[in-house]
Design a protein around this ligand. Structure first.
Ligand SMILES: Cc1ncc(COP(=O)(O)O)c(C=O)c1O
Length: 422
């Protein structure tokens, strides 16, 4: 038998990052990137949020020569964690909950440490992941929790481009057992841009309580979906109230063993490369958090020792200063409104060229992405013939659209729709 690493199988590249590399290497002047899930301004450039720029000035070496670069504690920055918790749960709910939090390597790290922790200590039989989803969910659970069986719940009706709520509920009713984990996108579902209504979230929360399912909220787009931080956190806060009796529970029935939140500050602060995030675990009022906290610390110690400082410093400064916070809320609104605006423009331009068929889904979907409904063959033709890049499943990151390229993109989409059968 061979010794060594010569036979290690070569894996395919990650699609999102491979697409970005291909785009960068493309020499065509008219090329358009609708692949990466990052915000771009009207000129197609990365956008450093004005609120973030102000903080960067404040914490420059010149302004604060005594600022050091010491290690954070294993759990991360306590002021950051409190502000992060208040942001997602609201200042009225967060102090009442039985919560424990650690700082993570952005949303990915929070998903990863959450999966590891739950696999070791909750021992769910299954984890349910939406079909489709952010592809890293599958990878994370495969690698961090190999003993938990991955299942999917239907999320999308391709026929009418709607949320498959009935299919979702029926799957959980039929297949989920006590302590199973269900990964939920808190808002701006990636990739479909379809979120449940408040009534549907309420229905789900009752189902989770009755079946004692563990809700794993992935919150990567708070404030980015609608421009309203509270609205984008509505589902998480509702579950928190319903599951842990902060709302009157008439039958005093015991609910699930907990819920958790993987929180990212990559998109809503434009701090993609700084890797700022948090993992929050919320337990029923009678359950002590000390054991869970100590285990989360150990997982963190083994993986990263302690989280990075710079991005957390920026987020903490913005969230704790009234003026900066209000600037940040304006920044969020600007990003959300620009994406909403180009949704309408692109729809109009495509419908105008095609003459028939509705592209209303471009406008009705929410957040950074549109699940365009383009087939894989059409996506390939868009790239090869027109230098317009999007994910194979037809997901387009709409922040790559602007007033200067919208006609070019619409022309390209109309050409492939007319000439490339689905
Ligand atoms: C649904 C979802 N969860 C989590 C993330 C994590 O992102 P990050 O690790 O950059 O915070 C993303 C990023 O695209 C996402 O779309």
């Amino acid at each position: 038998m061979g010794v060594g690493l010569a036979d290690v199988p070569v894996l395919p590249l990650d699609e999102a990052f491979a697409l970005t590399a291909e785009f960068k290497a493309d020499g065509c002047a008219q090329k358009v990137s609708l692949g990466a899930g990052v915000y771009r301004d009207e000129q197609g450039d990365p956008w450093v949020l004005p609120s973030v720029k102000k903080v960067r000035q404040q914490i420059s070496l010149h302004q604060t020569p005594n600022l050091d670069h010491e290690y954070l504690p294993i759990q991360g920055s306590e002021p950051f964690l409190k502000l992060a918790r208040d942001l997602i749960l609201g200042e009225s709910l967060s102090p009442k909950g039985n919560l424990t939090s650690i700082q993570t390597i952005s949303g990915t790290g929070a998903n990863h440490v959450g999966a590891q922790f739950l696999a070791r200590h909750l021992h769910p039989k299954h984890v349910f992941i939406s079909d489709p989803t952010w592809s890293n969910h599958h990878l994370i659970w495969t690698i961090a929790a190999p003993n938990v069986t991955r299942k999917t719940y239907p999320y999308y009706n391709a026929a009418d481009r709607s949320l498959d709520f009935e299919g979702w509920v029926a799957t959980l009713e039929r297949e989920a057992v006590e302590n199973d984990v269900v990964v939920l996108h808190a808002c701006a579902h990636n990739p479909t841009g379809l979120d449940p209504t408040h009534a549907q979230w309420k229905f789900l929360a009752e189902l989770f309580r009755r079946k004692k399912l563990f809700a794993f909220f992935d919150s990567a787009y708070q404030g980015f979906a609608t421009g309203d931080l509270d609205l984008d956190a509505w589902a998480v806060r509702h579950f928190q109230e319903v599951l842990f009796g902060l709302e009157e529970c008439p039958d005093h029935e015991e609910g699930p063993s907990g819920l958790c939140i993987a929180q990212s500050f990559a998109k809503n602060f434009g701090l993609y490369g700084e890797r700022v995030g948090a993992f929050h675990l919320s337990l029923p009022p009678s359950t002590p958090t000390s054991g869970a906290y100590s285990q989360l610390l150990q997982l963190t110690r083994a993986e990263i020792s302690n989280p990075p400082l710079f991005g957390a410093r920026i987020v903490t400064t913005v969230l704790s200063n009234l003026e900066l916070r209000s600037q940040w809320e304006q920044d969020l609104l600007e990003m959300a409104s620009r994406v909403r605006n180009v949704r309408g423009l692109l729809r109009k331009e495509i419908e105008h060229r095609l003459g028939s068929g509705s592209w209303s889904h471009l406008e009705s979907q929410t957040g950074m992405f549109s699940y365009t409904g383009l087939s894989e063959a059409q996506v390939l033709r868009l790239k090869n013939m027109h230098h317009v890049y999007l994910m194979r499943n037809g997901r387009a990151s709409l922040s790559g659209v602007n007033e200067s390229n919208v006609k070019y993109i619409a022309e390209a989409v109309s050409e492939v729709v007319s000439n490339e059968p689905e």
